[in-house]
Design a protein around this ligand. Sequence first.
Ligand code: HEC
Length: 200
Amino acid sequence: MSDENKSCSTPSNAEPTATRSTVPMWIFAVTLVLIYLGAVFFDHHSGWFSAKVYAPYGSVDEVDLYQPKSGAAAQLARGKQVYEQVCGLCHGTDGAGKPGQAPPLAGSEFVIAKGVSRLAHIPLLGVTGGIKVEGKDWNMSMAAMGAALSDSDLASVLTYIRSSWGNKAEAVTADDVKGVRASIKNPSPMNGPDVMKMPE
Ligand code: HEC
């Protein structure tokens, strides 16, 4: 320890002093070139980004394959969506109806009827007064809950209730609904007893 102290204090070993000098330009140049080459390399080799993630499709047909389908499945999906927004609150998401609120749609003779005219009239016009559903009397009132829906949306809802909860009846088309809508001359709620006598 004392040796070190001694050598430090000798004039010939004086502490070096820092002098000001600029960083040579070539260091900047080399750094820039290295960054540039790194970027080019990264660009060409995609690093760890998998092509399967960033360009997963080989052709437009392949992309098409993954698009949602039109047709029956799409109509049912749409019908379920509209049903749950517009009808389900009263008739129940399970279609079983609710005591004191709305009769069941599951198993209802109005819903699974062969023809769709009477069924389509119900949401288009509404019903007031006594109707019998599956042998049980109802004497309530339903407004024209489906009148504001498009032909296609109402067709989807009706198709959905005709093929859910054990119901098995044919699909309803937008043209069916359009036809029924066009045939309506007096858009006011129907009487229950009149609905009971209506042809399917
Ligand atoms: C605010 C409650 C409410 C909403 C919402 C509602 N309904 Fe009704 N619905 C009723 C009531 C109450 C009756 C029975 C009316 C009567 O007693 O005359 C009924 C009767 C029916 C009937 C005939 C009886 C049966 O059970 O089969 C059908 C079909 C029907 N509704 C379909 C629909 C459809 C489709 C929608 C949606 C577009 C809908 N309802 C929305 C309350 C509602």
